[in-house]
Ligand binder design. Structure first.
Ligand code: HEC
Length: 161
């Protein structure tokens, strides 16, 4: 086969393939277009799927007006402090790890409380190097809000009063 003849048949083959591709594309459009309107199908499917995979339980953050009226704000704040303490501070302060003042240990807290609440807030938020030990900033959980750390400090103070 000469180069010329080869080029000719090659181009014909190429043209045929392109035509075939276009044909397939058109057929696909025709078949696809006959199916249900796509967004109707999509939303119906999505709803069915969401229904099938939905979790068995859900956390409800809705506040209950009756409970809110019954529980005074102060108690809610104390519970918050306890929750923060249990999750972030208890590891050191319950057992007194590394010279941490123990929860409820009046003697250990007396001198600290006399420094003033603001100082204790600041030291627990920013971190504090004492004579013996080291209190990491926010108990080592940088993601804690300052208000949460303060609530935990309030809770700790409330335990030695
Ligand atoms: C890794 C251990 C550790 C964790 C976790 C920890 N603490 Fe401490 N904390 C210490 C140690 C140790 C000290 C005592 C430092 C010293 O005075 O030598 C201390 C001291 C304190 C003090 C007294 C500071 C002062 O000025 O005397 C407060 C208040 C306090 N921590 C609050 C918290 C709070 C609130 C959390 C949780 C958010 C927390 N700590 C988590 C180790 C820890």
């Amino acid at each position: 086969m000469t180069d010329r003849a080869f080029m000719k048949s090659f181009l014909i083959l190429l043209a045929a393939l392109v035509a075939f591709t276009i044909l397939l594309f058109i057929i696909a459009q025709v078949i696809g277009g006959k199916a249900k309107s796509p967004d109707v199908a999509a939303t119906a499917d999505a709803k069915a799927v969401a229904e099938r995979i939905k979790p068995v339980g859900e956390v409800s953050v809705k506040t209950n007006p009756v409970m809110d009226a019954l529980i005074p704000t102060a108690k809610a704040a104390a519970n918050k402090g306890k929750a923060v303490y249990d999750a972030n501070c208890a590891a050191c302060h319950t057992a007194g790890v590394a010279f941490a003042p123990k929860l409820g240990d009046k003697a250990a807290w007396k001198a600290r409380i006399s420094k003033g609440k603001e100082t204790l807030y600041r030291n627990s938020i920013k971190g504090f190097k004492g004579e013996k030990g080291f209190m990491p900033a926010k108990g080592g959980n940088a993601g804690l809000a300052e208000a949460d750390v303060k609530a935990a400090v309030d809770y700790m103070i409330s335990k030695v009063k």
